[in-house]
Design a protein around this ligand. Structure first.
Ligand SMILES: Cc1cc2nc3c(=O)[nH]c(=O)nc-3n(C[C@H](O)[C@H](O)[C@H](O)COP(=O)(O)OP(=O)(O)OC[C@H]3O[C@@H](n4cnc5c(N)ncnc54)[C@H](O)[C@@H]3O)c2cc1C
Length: 455
């Protein structure tokens, strides 16, 4: 089988690359290889009833398949260069924003119309945050919600399925460079192409590392973010979430001058588990449909850790901490803030009496046995700092789930075209280490598609 372009991975990066390529050149023969399922066949077996915890499927339906890691996400498309990746360093700040806005237009025209765009421009919260030693980052955020995000993906697939050849449940095993392009090897056969776009996301991080080693593509190690997911009564944060939906707030700790930040805020959302390469961590999302919303808001508090010499494996460090929580709690651990402060574990009984009802069934335990002291101290300090702008954050009943780990792929060396040292081999999205979000990953897909079509 011969293709003009092969795209590896059908997450936002791969989808938007395919979308733009088919739009700009309908004559191109495009093959998309995806390790996971079609969108409608993606189903996590955890039903909270018969199956309560991860059964380690061959491919994780939460992380893999059409839509990638973002398919069941909250669908928050942040239009900003302040966080979500460093795409702007390669393509320029204005171009990065233009592309994110373009992605937003496509989402709106594929089912996202009517959803709200929130912005930090002109908000009074910036000042209130600053007065309390907190910094609110600038962004506009389109909140599609898990349900509309799914609809948009379904519509994009309907539009693309006859224009590109999709191969689901077909993980690419290896990538070979030839005189005229690349050969993609899968267990079902090998496929040739002139140009190859690799967009394998976080779930493909180990594969990406191997391929970079085999093709001698330089990489550099990246960071890992560690912390907890906070869950509290939605009213406590409603003054922030009603206006901004998601507020990215950074705090510098007094003790160590470490930076702690809020991440992935989900008003009226649910806390969920996430499986990355067999390690269970915590995450969160929320629905746009009021009928599916909860009484709680959740968000992560994360501390970034970088390693240089002699230890460089930031992700390995994060994995070890997550494994420790998996070992102690069989998965994710939940603890009341009041119990953490009193130096005692949470128990089922204390949770039953808690004012905040957990949206995830996690094992009650003690996070101080899992998270390093410096990280935990930073998180506690930030909870007290947030308590000043959202009183009640530091209540005893606030729930902390651990651990939340944000793994970053190592950074793959690419040029201003997002092209590797091998001509015609483009590395995009979270798999490149350049992006860490839906909007940046999608924008990187559009960008390389235009580069390829332009050539
Ligand atoms: C629960 C959750 C909630 C999130 N919420 C948000 C949010 O609200 N806003 C936000 O900006 N970001 C969010 N994110 C992050 C966001 O989903 C990612 O940044 C984004 O999906 C990255 O897109 P990508 O295309 O680079 O990679 P991915 O979406 O990870 O897609 C990569 C695809 O490649 C496939 N793949 C991997 N290896 C291979 C291989 N060898 N062969 C073939 N296919 C392969 C995978 O199966 C996967 O489908 C969330 C993530 C999770 C898990």
């Amino acid at each position: 089988m011969k293709y003009d372009v092969i795209i590896i991975g059908a997450g936002p990066g791969g989808i938007f690359a395919a979308y733009e390529l088919t739009k700009l050149d309908s004559g191109l023969r495009i093959g998309v290889f995806e390790a996971g399922n079609r969108l409608d066949a993606r189903k996590c077996p955890i039903d909270g009833d018969k199956i309560k915890s991860c059964v380690h499927c061959r491919t994780c339906s939460i992380m893999s398949g059409f839509g990638g890691a973002g398919a069941f996400s909250d669908g928050k498309y942040n239009i900003t260069n302040d966080f979500g990746g460093t795409l702007y360093e390669y393509i320029g700040r204005d171009e990065a924003i233009r592309l994110m806005e373009y992605v937003d237009e496509i989402n709106l025209s594929h089912g996202g119309e009517g959803t709200r765009l929130y912005t930090t421009a002109g908000t009074d919260f910036k000042k209130i945050c600053m007065q309390n030693k907190l910094k609110l980052l600038d962004a506009s955020v389109r909140h599609l919600g898990t349900d509309i995000n799914y609809t948009v993906l379904g519509n994009l697939f309907d539009e693309l399925k006859d224009k590109a050849e999709f191969h689901f449940n077909t993980p690419v095993e290896s990538l070979e460079k030839t005189e005229s392009g690349y050969i993609v090897h899968t267990s079902g056969g090998s496929h040739e192409c002139g140009k190859c776009i690799v967009s394998v996301g976080r779930s493909g991080s180990k594969w990406m590392e191997r391929v970079c080693g085999e093709l001698n593509i330089p990489t550099s190690s990246n960071r890992v973010d560690l912390g907890v997911r906070v869950e509290l009564t939605a009213e406590l944060f409603s003054h922030l979430t009603d206006e901004l939906y998601e507020s990215k707030i950074v705090y510098r700790t007094e003790k160590f001058e470490d930076k702690v930040r809020t991440f992935c805020m989900n008003p009226h959302g649910s806390v969920v588990t996430e499986n990355t390469n067999g390690i269970i961590t915590v995450n969160g999302h929320s629905y746009e449909d009021p009928a599916r919303q909860t009484a709680n808001t959740n968000f992560a508090l994360l501390v970034a850790k970088h390693f240089s010499e002699p230890f460089k494996d930031s992700n390995g460090y994060g994995e070890s901490i997550a494994r420790l929580s998996n070992m102690l709690g069989g998965g994710v651990i939940v603890q009341r803030f009041g119990d953490l402060i009193r130096g005692r574990r949470s128990t089922h009984k204390r949770l039953e009496e808690n004012f905040v009802v957990p949206t995830l069934q996690a094992e009650p335990g003690d996070l101080s046995l899992v998270l390093p002291k410096r990280i935990l101290d930073g998180i506690i300090e930030m909870i007290y700092a947030l308590d000043k702008i959202a009183p009640g954050t530091a209540n005893d009943d606030t729930l902390l789930y651990g651990v939340e780990v944000k793994f970053y792929n190592m950074e793959v060396e690419v040029d201003e075209n997002l092209e590797s040292c091998h001509k015609g081999l483009y590395i995009i999205g979270d798999g490149s280490g350049v992006t860490h979000s839906l909007s940046h990953a999608s924008a990187s897909g559009v960008y390389v598609a235009r580069r390829i079509a332009g050539r």
